[in-house]
Structures are given as C-alpha cells and as structure tokens.
Write a protein that binds this ligand. Structure first.
Ligand code: AMP
Length: 282
C-alpha cells in the first residue's frame, strides 16, 4: 500500500531504513493529475529500485503570472491510487510552505542555450522554477535515480545540465513519450481541451510524424521541414503556434542542415491550453 506523506520529517522517517541499508531509491517528480505517461515513469522506477517516491507538487515558481497555476488540476486521491496501482512506495505531496520555507525564496538557475530557446522564450522563469524545485526534491529524497519523460525534452536537457554542473549524485533516467492511441501525447493539460480542440490537437503528432517521414526519405533542410510542419499545423483552425523548431539534440543550438541527431519540438495553443510535443530525428 502506497503511503501519502506531506512533511519532510515523515518522509525521512519512512526512508530511514532504506538509507541505512543503502537501498536504491527512485524519484519520480510530478505535478500530479497523474496519467499513463507518469505511470510509465513509476513502473520504470519500481523495476529498477528498491523504493520509489513519487512527488506530487504543483510548483508555483515554474508558472508565469498569467499561466494556469491556480487552475492546474489537483487530484491527489486519484494520484495516490495510480501510484499505488504501479507499486510506488511513497507519494510525497508537500505543501508550498514546506518546499519554500523562506519568504524570499532562493533559486537555482542553469545558464546557456538550453534555458534560452523553445519554451524559455514564452516562459522566461519556467526552467529556473523547475531547477529550483527539482534540486530541492533531490536534496530531500536523496534518490539513486530520478525519472523524467522525453515529453518534456527541453526539461530533460536542463536537468541533465544542472546535475552535471552541480555534481548532484543522481542518475537521470529518461522515458519515452506515452501517447493516446490516436497519437496525442498524454498530458495533464489535455483535460482542458474541448472536444473540437482535442480533435484538432492531433495535428501535433501528425506534423511530427510527417517531418520524421520526410527525414527518412532524405530531406535534411531544416527550413523546408519546419515550413512543412507549420503548414500542416496551421490547417487546424484553432491552433496557434508558439514555436516549431528543429535544433541540435544535445545543446539545442540552431542548425540549417541535419547532420547529427536533431530535436523537432513544438508548442501550440488551442484556446488558452498550450500543448507541447517533440520527436527525435536520427
Ligand atoms: P508533469 O506532472 O507534467 O510535471 O510531468 C511529470 C513527469 O512526467 C515529467 O518528467 C514529464 O516529462 C513526464 N510525462 C508527462 N507526460 C508524459 C508522457 N505523455 N509520456 C511520458 N512522460 C510524460
């Protein structure tokens, strides 16, 4: 039975034996409203570790002033059930004051290209908030491994940079994107979509598939591939493109021709709902 814990003291009490016996601890950081994408991370962690901690925390510092922090879905009871169904040991669901004990919080910030492009352009404080909260969770839980989804490709690169630059002793494990049968990447934000928006949102995975197919046929010109993806997405009347970019996979540098691995990443609004998706070309 998965235990739901809200304080750091209780969490450490619960993990005491695991620390003493040098058991492996997997951490799955989430903002809750768990779905099968999160479940895949939990499954990977329970397979690879003695103990799995799933954190559920809607982190205020990664939301901009006009974003959906207040209305972000909070479904703790169902989250504990999903974590339990997937054999997680502990759900750690702290209060905001627990993770941010100071009135004027300190932040951890990663610099460089990975925090300047893609989502950072429309969400300038987002990755500072992500790094801040993830570093707190690393320090609190002290995991052997931490699990992240390729769905948030840029986040993975930023977290890897943070772990490298700050010598954080944790192994970062990255799991593939879980999709609905029709291709839509699972997201806690999909529940905001109206039926019509949901139907049109298929264009995201379709455009990524199209780019992957054109790449497989030999097209290497970034401008051409990008243009074709944009044209496909723009056919969906409710879609408003935030970005469609093809960048070098490892550092998100701009490229004109795909010579090594590349990331095709996009963010598109349907009404107020901003969806992201990506695929790797290699
Ligand atoms: P979130 O709760 O949205 O902050 O996501 C928590 C973790 O789950 C992040 O590492 C995400 O990348 C991952 N995740 C979210 N959606 C998916 C998905 N469809 N497939 C795989 N991982 C996902």
């Amino acid at each position: 039975m998965t235990k739901c814990i809200t304080t750091i003291e209780e969490l450490h009490e619960e993990l005491k034996q695991a620390y003493l016996e040098h058991k492996t601890i997997g951490l799955v950081p989430t903002m809750g409203a768990l779905h099968q994408g999160h479940a895949s991370l939990i499954k990977a962690s329970t397979k690879e570790n003695d103990v799995t901690v799933v954190s559920v925390f809607v982190n205020p510092t990664q939301f901009g002033p006009n974003e959906d922090f207040d209305k972000y879905p909070r479904t703790l009871e169902a989250d504990v059930k999903l974590a339990s169904d997937n054999q997680a040991t502990i759900v750690f669901a702290p209060k905001v004051d627990t993770l941010y004990p100071s009135k004027d919080p300190s932040y951890l910030e990663v610099f460089g290209n990975v925090t300047k492009v893609l989502c950072a352009k429309s969400r300038p404080i987002h990755f500072r908030g992500v790094c801040t909260v993830v570093s707190k969770l690393f320090n609190i839980v002290r995991p052997t491994r931490a699990y992240f989804g390729q769905k948030d490709a840029q986040q993975v690169l930023v977290i890897k940079r943070m772990v490298k630059d700050f010598f954080i002793p944790v192994e970062i494990r990255v799991m593939p994107i879980i999709r609905e049968q029709d291709g839509l990447a699972l997201s806690s934000r999909n529940r905001y979509l109206t039926n019509e928006q949901r139907a049109q949102a298929l264009v995201l995975s379709q455009s990524l598939k199209h780019v992957a197919a054109r790449f497989a046929q030999g097209e290497r010109n970034v401008k051409v591939l990008r243009q074709e993806a944009c044209e496909m997405i723009e056919k969906a009347s409710m879609a408003k493109i935030d970005y469609v970019e093809i960048l070098a996979l490892d550092n998100l540098d701009p490229i004109e021709t795909i010579e090594n691995k590349a990331l095709v990443a996009l963010a598109v609004y349907f009404g107020n709902t901003r969806l992201i998706d990506n695929t790797i070309l290699e």
